[in-house]
Design a protein around this ligand. Structure first.
Ligand code: NAD
Ligand code: IPM
Ligand code: MN
Length: 359
């Protein structure tokens, strides 16, 4: 059966990195004797420019019909006016919400050959392998009311942090299931010393833990977690946390790898259809120069193969090809390439596809 994959290149370096990941998927399909139908659709700033809407109905319809979606990045200075009525980021948030993609998996592994690219000491990084499970459709990102108003002649703005027990339970349960296939440890991160929503989070996480006697649960406050991430990163296995904390802690954890450009993610809901995207943004400073790292997008394609298409063997193949390219010295500029030796986005993609062909 043909699998339909929707490509949402988006803005900035998004189209550059998605192009390479698309070619990797095409190479894998040919090898596996599978047929993938690719459809390109617009999202984010590009969609605002074309349609006045960061998530046009045609894009959302195509995503609903697809088996899987691969996204580059959205946003950029062109659409950043704080008073703008529509923003590129609304397209991505709207898509996550509309498809019910409540869990965002962000695996962060420190590759030994990249230790020199990280500002952390190499000895700290040895064997670091953390899976973040970030809640993706609740919390501050979506809570109501959210508004801006003038009260008594002064401006004021409101965002709301709200979680229901069911929203917490489903994402925590997924984190426990995933921990079963790893090192059986879950760290639930909250701010229960201050926030009511975090106290509910902690209570529900403790109840869910009872369903998984084989998995150890610990709770940690988000501020001390932020420090422990860079002082003892090996002490974590699976980290589950709410939307905003997960956004912030995962960019911090990207430091383990030396570059934000290599971390993939999978956004999953109840069915098998998922949205796959590198965790980095549109990198306006690099856009249009062909120098961005495509590895985050390519590893997101690997997650797509595994979680939405049931092609675990092919996903392993892509991940091994990326590791082999890194081990044999392939580096884009952000990975600490020696002067004059940095690969372009396209050359890195090509190098990884050569490893796939040779496997
Ligand atoms: P960013 O992730 O775009 O960039 C942060 C830093 O990392 C920059 O120095 C950038 O050059 C570098 N970087 C990012 N991706 C890279 C790659 N693939 N290769 C090499 N270097 C890379 O974050 P930002 O600058 O804070 O945000 C820029 C825009 O991206 C904003 O509009 C923001 O809303 C948007 N954004 C989108 C997503 C997404 O679409 N999922 C994620 C984060 C930020
Ligand atoms: C991410 C991004 C998004 C988020 C933005 C662009 C809405 O930072 O995917 O990490 O905050 O979720
Ligand atoms: Mn982010």
């Amino acid at each position: 059966m043909t699998a339909t994959i929707v490509l949402l290149p988006g803005d900035g370096i998004g189209p550059e990195v998605v192009r390479e990941a698309h070619k990797v998927l095409a190479a894998v399909a040919a090898r596996a004797g599978r047929e993938f139908a690719f459809e390109d659709h617009s999202i984010g700033g590009a969609a605002i420019d074309q349609h006045g809407d960061p998530l046009p109905p045609a894009t959302l319809d195509a995503c609903r019909r697809a088996d899987a979606i691969l996204l580059g990045a959205v946003g950029g200075p062109k659409w950043d006016d704080p008073r703008a009525r529509v923003r590129p980021e609304q397209g991505l948030l709207g898509l996550r919400k509309a498809l019910g993609l409540y869990a965002n998996l962000r695996p962060v592994r420190a590759h030994p050959a990249l230790a020199a690219a990280s500002p952390l000491k190499p000895a700290l990084l040895l064997g670091v392998d953390v899976l973040f499970v970030r809640e993706l459709t609740g919390g501050l990102y979506f809570g109501e009311p959210r508004l801006r108003e003038v009260a008594g002649g002064r401006r004021r703005a409101v965002d709301t942090l709200v979680y229901s027990e069911d929203e917490i339970a489903r994402v925590v349960r997924l984190a426990f299931r995933l921990a079963r296939g790893r090192n059986q440890r879950v760290t639930s991160v909250d701010k229960a010393n201050v926030l009511e929503s975090s106290r509910l989070w902690r209570e529900v996480a403790t109840e869910i833990a009872a369903e998984f006697p084989d998995v150890a649960l610990e709770h940690q406050l988000v501020d001390s977690c932020a420090m422990r991430l860079v002082t003892a990163p090996r002490s974590f296995d699976v980290i589950v946390t709410e939307n905003m904390f997960g956004d912030i802690l995962t960019d911090e954890a990207a430091v383990f790898t030396g570059s934000l450009g290599v971390i993939p993610s999978a956004s999953l809901g109840e069915g098998s259809r998922g949205l796959y995207e590198p965790i980095h943004g549109s990198a306006p400073d690099l856009a249009g120069r062909g120098v961005a790292n495509p590895i985050g997008a390519i590893l997101s394609a690997a997650l797509l193969l595994r979680h939405s298409l049931g092609l675990g063997g092919e996903a392993d193949l892509v991940e091994r090809a990326v590791a082999a390219a890194i081990t044999t010295g392939a580096r884009t500029a952000d990975m600490g390439a020696a002067p004059g030796e940095a690969l372009s986005t396209a050359a890195m993609g090509e190098r990884i596809r050569r490893e796939i062909a040779a496997a």
